[in-house]
Ligand binder design. Sequence first.
Ligand code: ATP
Ligand code: MG
Length: 249
Amino acid sequence: MLGVKNLHKSFGSNQVLKGIDFEINKGEVIAIIGSSGSGKTTLLRCMAFLEQANDGIFIFDDLSKDIRSISKKEIKEIRMKMGFVFQNFNLFRNMTALQNVMEGLTVARKMPAEKARQKSLEMLKKVGMLDRANYYPDQLSGGQQQRVAIARALATDPEVILFDEPTSALDPELTGEVLEVMVKLAREGTTMVVVTHEMEFARNVADKVIFMENGVVVEEGSAEEVLSDPKQEATRRFLKRILRKEEEE
Ligand SMILES: Nc1ncnc2c1ncn2[C@@H]1O[C@H](COP(=O)(O)OP(=O)(O)OP(=O)(O)O)[C@@H](O)[C@H]1O
Ligand SMILES: [Mg+2]
């Protein structure tokens, strides 16, 4: 459904992605884990064309070609079929929750306002935010803002949603409400790529876990394989460090 082969990305002389192979199928949830600076965000950004990769094959449904040869028009079409949820919510401050969710429908997709409104309210309901539809982002908690951002991503019926550490900017007591929504989506069969440090979530929800280090995929497999019985020393080291951090909290 969505994938890359031998993806390379450098910033100047800094080689950040060194030949990544990645593939997600319809209905799957894939968790990407790895230390800070390993290239997780860059991978997501390259797959979303927010960053121009240097080399590699890009795959989306029937399309499979050199990532550098994909036209602006193709990029636009592909991006219309993707949803994004970032660390810092990225809601428009001057718009209500409802307006934020409607925006992607009325502007990019030219959906009539009333239809967009109904669809948006439905999505806000899904993430438990219907009663806050007319609130502005500043009047919402971080967890609530992130749930609005998820509703916004869902509203366009994307084929896949890319999440980049959706809970890492949240106070610990607010991560639960966001993860709960994500677990629900996963159970409903939503195709999701999730960069996360939430090992519990990865273990319970991910069909596959990918561990990245220094711009390469070091290990991948089922959540059970990677998180409970890692083969690589680097994976073991990373998990030990994360576990220690969780205990400290
Ligand atoms: N726009 C940019 N310009 C220059 N270098 C960048 C840019 N974005 C990322 N990098 C570099 O790429 C490397 C990987 O960064 P990236 O954000 O992909 O890591 P990450 O795995 O998402 O880390 P974290 O867990 O901290 O979010 C880092 O060395 C970073 O400095
Ligand atoms: Mg990142």
